[in-house]
Write a protein that binds this ligand. Structure first.
Ligand code: EPU
Length: 337
């Protein structure tokens, strides 16, 4: 168990904060030992994946940070329609997508280059360019410390919704995702429902998984900052969903509002558009700001603290609320200790 560890290299926002205790776990035995240490010291554990969807607001985390490094990649079965591949929660997401395509199991290419780990992908139900990870999950293995057992949850029991899953709820507060079994379709078809992607591939002779993968990578590189060079956690807010009535009233005031029809007679608004319209694209206050090519991305331009970034987020929320009467909800986990 390490003490007073600087978490800057472990969060893509690049925020300085120390963890009272820090350990990396490679298997179930180490995970159990780390959780037992936290319990014995009456400190809450915090499971850290790739740190790509996290804003640490405090300077010192009085917790036991458990860095998930349970690895593994194995074809475990098949059905008529799918191949099942079980992947350790600590595996890097993008490398997993790449490896699957390389070994002849395409399906996840629309989700290429999303930073983070395999475990976090299901917690968050990551999505991009017309795909969501939930569409490809067969089951998830979790360790439940209360019962001291590993349980398997079928995808239907994971309550996957837009950027949401059971793993984000209080019911699952103590659970730790240890592996995800994916179901990759044997009959591959490109998902070109996202306009930019369809356009980028319109000149391509044969649309292969590799071609889709390459274009997704290119689009992301164009639109989103590379966390290696500029701190961010991807989209900082979820795209808000409003009722048809609220939407109609907004449409009258803002005819060019960007929106998508979703189930339940609701309308999803593009938070990036709302933020840009509120005049906050590319703003900067000290080192905290928004990205100049995508207003939905909160950026650490240098040495912004978690508190400063959160202040900027609150400022954005306030402005968007004043102008549109819509409340933006943060997408990343906000850690205040
Ligand atoms: N827009 C603006 N101004 C901006 C940003 C966006 O007007 O500054 C408009 C765009 O013109 C477009 C619309 O808003 O018409 C949507 O923008 P974009 O396609 O870039 O996607 P997004 O809704 O901002 C979502 C996901 C991203 C994902 C993309 C592509 C959320 C919260 N974010 O962003 O996911 O990559 O769609 O599918 O749902 C993430 O979750 O971290 C993430 C990056």
């Amino acid at each position: 168990m390490l003490r007073n560890v600087n978490l800057k290299p472990y969060n893509t926002m690049g925020v300085e904060a120390t963890a009272d205790y820090f350990t990396t776990v490679h298997d179930l035995r180490e995970l159990k030992a780390a959780l037992a240490f936290a319990r014995a010291n009456r400190l809450p554990p915090f499971i850290l994946g790739g740190g790509a969807n996290l804003l640490i607001v405090c300077k010192a985390l009085h917790r036991v940070v458990i860095h998930m490094a349970i690895m593994g990649f194995e074809v475990v079965g098949e059905s008529q329609m799918s191949t099942y591949i079980k992947v350790g929660a600590g595996e890097n997401w993008h490398q997993t997508v790449k490896r699957m395509i390389g070994e002849g199991y395409p399906g996840l290419e629309n989700l290429a280059l999303i930073p983070g780990s395999v475990g976090a992908s299901v917690v968050q139900n990551i999505g991009a360019y017309g795909s969501e990870v939930a569409q490809f999950v067969k089951e998830v293995d979790i360790y439940d410390p209360t019962a001291d057992e590993v349980r398997t949850l079928k995808a239907v029991d994971c309550d996957f919704r837009y950027r949401h899953s059971i793993f984000k709820t209080s019911q699952a507060r103590d659970w730790v995702v240890v592996s995800v079994t994916f179901a990759l379709p044997k009959l591959w078809r490109a998902n070109l429902s996202y306009d930019d992607l369809a356009q980028a591939l319109s000149g391509v002779q044969r649309t292969t998984p590799e071609a889709v993968f390459d274009q997704v990578v290119a689009i992301r590189k164009r639109k989103l900052p590379d966390p290696e060079h500029l701190g961010s956690a991807g989209s900082f807010f979820k795209n808000p969903v409003v009722t048809r009535e609220v939407f109609q009233a907004l449409l009258e005031r803002f005819p060019s509002i960007v929106h998508y029809r979703v189930a339940g007679n609701m309308e999803k608004l593009a938070a990036g558009w709302l933020i840009e319209e509120a005049g906050l694209k590319g703003v900067r206050e000290g080192d905290a700001g928004t990205y100049d090519k995508q207003a939905l991305v909160l950026v650490n331009y240098g040495k912004a603290s978690g508190a400063e970034l959160w202040q900027m987020a609150e400022h954005i929320r306030g402005k968007v609320n004043d102008l549109f009467g819509v409340t933006l909800e943060p997408e990343p986990v906000i850690l205040r200790d």
